[in-house]
Design a protein around this ligand. Structure first.
Ligand code: ZN
Length: 337
């Protein structure tokens, strides 16, 4: 977690170098907001639980409350941009989101609606929408483990597997904001069907859900105070339980193959992994790094490093601000919402 001031550095590439950013982070359990300073510190941090059992407007009402909280800050007149990070799928070409974990929002025009809330509080500022994987990538490049790397793959391994790319010091979200969606590239071409309709996807092997499902299918059951999730499997793996060790080995191998493929395509020198499953530390990173040697074999990817993300729970808000700054950088006119 990084909220302390961070000195500017020449090598970090475009970041929120000037002006105050409004950051909004929309997820399945909470909607968070903050004003993010040029040094990455945050003020006026606020949050609401994501409403359940309501319609699209009910969820939007919570977002509007977060904006209203931020607008009460004495710093509000200084805001110059807004970044909205959201759970996916997102379509940034339309400014819409259909988060898997927010059932009431399907094709919801969140960017236009947030812009209207900002304007209602006197802030007619450009706003940018980013998927949570892309936002996390922007955060790690600005202040985290990918800092100083012109080319980086960042990924989130939790309930699902998401990610994003920085190429030549620029965030690369792609036309609809989904570039770097490493969870749905296939690492087993005749593997199990994936929820996306594909086969053998990274997510279907390496997500926390997949790790727990596979371990249970192989006869693993939680012991003592372990639970039946990937965290329980990780605890069992640390204790040397063979099925749990194999579950993490299999997940690490899938991640290694995907990371090596990505690095071979676009020459990234570093892969940053965050999310709940990455919190298991070496239980995940040891098999990833070991298997990487089998897949990242060409001279230009042999030195590829795989490291943990460093921003933790603040990555969503910092990432929303960083993505807005990186994506607005060089634009001469605010985007139309
Ligand atoms: Zn898939």
């Amino acid at each position: 977690m990084t909220t302390s001031p961070t000195a500017p550095s020449a090598h970090r590439g475009p970041g929120p170098a000037d002006g105050l950013s409004v950051a909004i982070d929309i997820g399945g359990t909470k909607i968070a907001g903050a004003l993010v300073h040029p040094d990455g510190s945050m003020t006026a941090t606020t949050r609401r639980p994501t409403p359940r059992g309501t319609d699209a407007e009910g969820v939007m009402a919570a977002v509007a409350e977060v904006v209203a909280d931020l607008a009460r800050s004495p710093l509000w007149p200084s805001v110059v941009r807004c970044g909205v990070g959201s759970a996916g799928p997102v379509d940034t070409s339309r400014g819409t989101v259909s988060p898997v974990n927010i059932a009431a929002w399907r094709g919801f025009p969140v960017l236009a609606r947030v812009s209207a809330e900002l304007a209602a509080h006197g802030a007619r500022i450009p706003a940018v929408l980013a998927g949570d994987g892309v936002a996390m990538t922007a955060a790690e490049h600005w202040l985290g483990a990918a800092r100083g790397h012109a080319d980086a793959l960042c990924m989130v391994v939790s309930t699902g597997v998401g990610g994003g790319l920085v190429l030549n010091n620029r965030l690369h979200p792609g036309p609809t904001g989904n570039a770097g969606h490493i969870g749905h590239i296939s690492v087993a071409f005749d593997g199990e069907p994936c929820v996306c309709g594909g086969r053998g996807c990274v997510e279907s092997i390496a997500s926390g859900t997949a790790i727990a499902r596979w371990a249970r299918s192989q006869g693993w059951t939680p012991a003592g105070d372990q639970d039946a999730t990937a965290a329980g499997v990780a605890a069992a793996a640390r204790a040397g339980e063979p099925v749990a060790v194999a579950a993490f080995d299999r997940a690490g191998r899938a991640l290694a193959a995907a990371i090596a493929a990505t690095a071979t395509l676009v020459e990234t020198g570093i892969a940053v992994i965050g999310g709940g499953v990455a919190a298991s530390g070496d239980t995940l990173f040891e098999p990833v790094r070991r298997h990487l040697a089998s897949y990242a074999t060409l001279s230009f990817v042999r030195d590829l490093r795989v490291v943990p993300a460093s921003l933790g729970t603040d990555a969503g808000l910092i990432g929303a601000a960083a993505a807005a700054t990186m994506l607005l950088n060089g634009r001469t006119a605010p985007p139309t919402a």
